[in-house]
Design a binder for this molecule. Sequence first.
Ligand code: ADP
Length: 277
Amino acid sequence: MIEVTSLGCGYGAVDVLRDVNLRIPAGEMTGVLGPNGSGKTTLLHVLAGILPPREGRVRVSGRDLEGSSARWRARLMASVAQNAAVTFPFRCLSVVLMGRYPHLSRWGGYTEQDLEQAMGAMEQTGTLALADRLINEISGGEAQRVVIARALAQAPSVLLLDEATSSLDVARKIQVFDLLLEKNRGEGTTIVCAMHDLNLAALYCDRLIFIKDGGIALDGPTQELFTSQNLSEIYGTRVMVSQHPVTGSPQAHFVPGAALAGGPDSSRSGVDARGSR
Ligand code: ADP
C-alpha cells in the first residue's frame, strides 16, 4: 500500500531524512517512534504528499504521490496533526463535514449520506454534543477529537496521525485508539501514527518503525523490537520492559536519573526484556 524508496527530504538547506526505505502493507497498524527532532513528522508530511521528496519516491496504492492530485490523495488518505487547531469560528459539525469534501460530486453539495457519515464520526469520537458549538470556543482536547472525527468522516483507506492523542486525557486516548483499532481490524484501514507514548504504541501497533538521526534505526514487529536494549539505545535513557498484566503486550518503565547516562550499556547491565534482573 505504501512504498518509500531511497527517500531523501528536508527543509531549505537542512536534510532531515536520508535514504529511507519502507514498505507498509495495506491493513497494518504501524507506530512511528523516535526521539524529538528525529524526523517522524517530516516522514508523515512526505507520506501525506505535503512535503515533496528531494530524492527517491513514495508510492501509495500503486501510484506515485509526485504529480498526484490533492483530491485523489484526500480520497485515499486523511491526516491528523498534533494539536490540529482550527482558528476560524466554524461550527464543529461543519468542520467534520469538511472531511466529506473530497467525495462530493463537482456539482452537488453535501447529501444526507454525507451528513450521516459526519454525525456517525462525531458519535464515535464522543463529540456529537459539540456539533453546534464553535470549534474556537471549545477546549483543545475537544477540538482535537473533532479534527479526528473529520479524518474519520473522510473514510480514508490510509490514516496518518501525528501525535494525534497527546493532548487527550488517558480515557480519551484509549477511546480514540480503540476506535482506530476497530477501523483497522474491521475495515482494513491502514494506520500510521507517530507517537511519543511508547506504551500506547506497544498496546495498539502491530509494527514499529524507529527513526533516529534521519534514518530508520529499527523496523519490525512490536513484540520483537520493544526490548529494553532497543529502547534504551534509541532514546538514550534506561528503559526496562515488562509484560502488560492484561494484554501481555510489552510495556516500558523509565528510571529516574538515568536519562542520557543510561543507554545501551546500562540496559545490558542486568535488565532483560521482561524487566527482571
Ligand atoms: P519529530 O517529529 O521526530 O520530532 P520533525 O520531523 O518535526 O521531528 O523534525 C525533524 C527535523 O527537521 C528537526 O531537526 C527540525 O528542527 C527540522 N524541521 C522541522 N520542520 C522544519 C521546518 N519547517 N523548517 C526547517 N526545519 C524543520
